[in-house]
Design a protein around this ligand. Structure first.
Ligand code: UDX
Length: 442
């Protein structure tokens, strides 16, 4: 990648997941980046090269561009050096299901009157937030401050790659210098560009995540019907996914979606619609299906083990997906609580999420390997598809377990291999595996 020297310096407010990846990504493109956060300890750590999140490739990128990345708790540093101030602060859900915009509004309030600056919104916000912020600027005598919506589509675990090779860049603006400047910033990535109005850009983000979540809940319901009818959802998804209009991605049935975005954004869009007087029926079901899906493992365990009282249940993986230590809305949170409520004892192992998990999960015995989890367990549940679980020596696992039940919550393991080791394998939506006919050759 070329490193042009005429790239303009930018500011990034908020050094969380999105802010850091955005900052490091622009540093890779040659920009000087002024990273601002109110958390002094975090900024101090970043100055010393400590990255607070686990994200493949991020630490290397920050290290490589230490000369271009400037960390500070003082907003004035960013305002002095940069015209464009990316906002990447948290917008967590509130009890009402709306996004909590207090951090966004603190940033807006901290901006001075200026004709040469623009806020570029990366945080996921409800449609209409840009309009509200522009009104606030006007009321506060800061009408010269420009506003651009530039939603992020970073997946945890591949966020650096997603930044550098995006499927598309979406920029919503008022057709002024700030929008042009953001277009220029992203130009080296040569990604398809959607330049549109601010509200439409805000909606692209919410609608994209809601659609992907819908796709997952859809295939999960198909999986549940497969269990009733004897079809295998993996085969069904393969057959569906080859249709160009459907596509193969996000058709993996499992024990539900989690993470910092899908649950929050689906609820936020549902709430946004409700606040505007529209009842978004489909999203209610997407959320409900996902909640029920996290619990379906309970019935599978009870079918195999009878009562769960006193049973030792081992969880393989805890993070909401592999390659991250993020535990937000992870299915393991609901599952471990349900298991304990049913009287089971829960042990678990995750290659990287243990520290995060300890903050959120009570009563679980943490082990240091999958083999330790298996030792003496009545059943194993694969929660997160970490690659190392596919490589397990299942004969050794079978020999050390007290029971023989393996529930594959992500349809990730090689079912034949697990069965050949003498274990009772059950996936999600794959009843046909029980009495599968010998493979036929074409
Ligand atoms: C998501 C969006 O993909 C990203 O564009 C957005 O900006 C942030 O939210 P992320 O939360 O990192 O990214 O995870 P993603 O890979 O999309 O997976 C979300 C959840 O869906 C995970 O729990 C995953 O296990 C689950 N999932 C995904 C399925 O259950 N089945 C699938 O087929 C795909």
């Amino acid at each position: 990648m070329s490193h042009p020297t005429n790239r303009e310096p930018i500011g990034v407010i908020g050094t969380g997941y999105v802010g850091l990846v955005t900052a490091a990504g622009f540093a890779e493109l040659g920009n000087d980046v002024w990273c601002i956060d109110i958390d002094e300890a975090k900024i101090e750590g970043l100055k010393q090269g400590r990255i607070p999140i686990w994200e493949p490739g991020l630490a290397e990128l920050v290290e490589r561009h230490r000369g271009r990345l400037h960390f500070s708790t003082d907003l004035a540093d960013a305002l002095e050096h940069a015209r464009l101030l990316f906002v990447a602060v948290g917008t967590p859900p509130t009890y009402s299901g709306d996004a909590d915009l207090s951090a966004v509004h603190s940033v807006v309030a901290a901006m001075p009157a200026s004709d040469r600056h623009a806020l570029v919104m990366k945080s996921t916000v409800p449609v209409g937030t840009g309009a509200t912020i522009k009104r606030v600027f006007e009321e506060q005598g800061k009408a010269g401050f420009r506003y651009v919506s530039c939603p992020e589509f970073l997946k945890e675990g591949s966020a650096v790659k997603d930044f550098l090779q995006p499927d598309r860049v979406v920029i919503g603006d008022d057709g002024d210098w700030a929008g042009d400047a953001v277009v220029d910033l992203y130009a080296p990535l040569e990604a398809p560009l959607v330049r549109t109005d601010i509200k439409s850009a805000e909606m692209v983000k919410l609608a994209s995540n809601a659609f992907l979540a819908t796709k997952i809940s859809f295939i999960n319901e198909i999986a549940n019907v497969c269990e009733e009818t004897g079809a295998d959802v993996v085969e069904v998804a393969r057959g569906m996914g080859l249709d160009d209009r459907i596509g193969p991605k996000f058709l993996q049935a499992g024990i539900g979606f989690g993470g910092s975005c899908f649950p929050k954004d689906v609820t936020a869009l549902k709430q946004l619609a409700g606040n505007s007087g529209y009842h978004f029926q489909l999203l209610n079901s997407v959320i409900e299906v996902n909640e029920l899906q996290k619990r379906r493992v309970m019935a599978k365990l009870e079918k195999n083990l009878g009562s769960l009282v006193g049973k030792e249940i081992g969880l393989l993986g805890l993070a909401f997906k592999p390659n991250t230590d993020d535990m937000r809305e992870a299915s393991s949170l609901v599952l471990s609580a349900r298991l304990q409520a049913a009287g089971a004892r829960v042990r678990a192992y995750d290659p990287v999420a243990e520290d995060e998990a300890r903050k959120l999960i009570g009563g679980v015995e943490f082990k240091t390997s999958a083999a330790e989890v298996a030792d003496g367990a009545d059943a194993l549940v694969l929660v997160t598809e970490w690659p190392e679980f596919a490589e397990l020596d299942f004969s050794a696992v079978a020999a050390s377990m007290r029971g023989n039940t393996v529930i594959d919550g992500r349809n990730f393991l090689d079912a034949e291999k697990v069965r050949d080791a003498g274990l009772a394998y059950e996936g999600i939506g794959r009843p046909a595996l029980k009495d599968r006919e010998p493979a036929r050759t074409a």
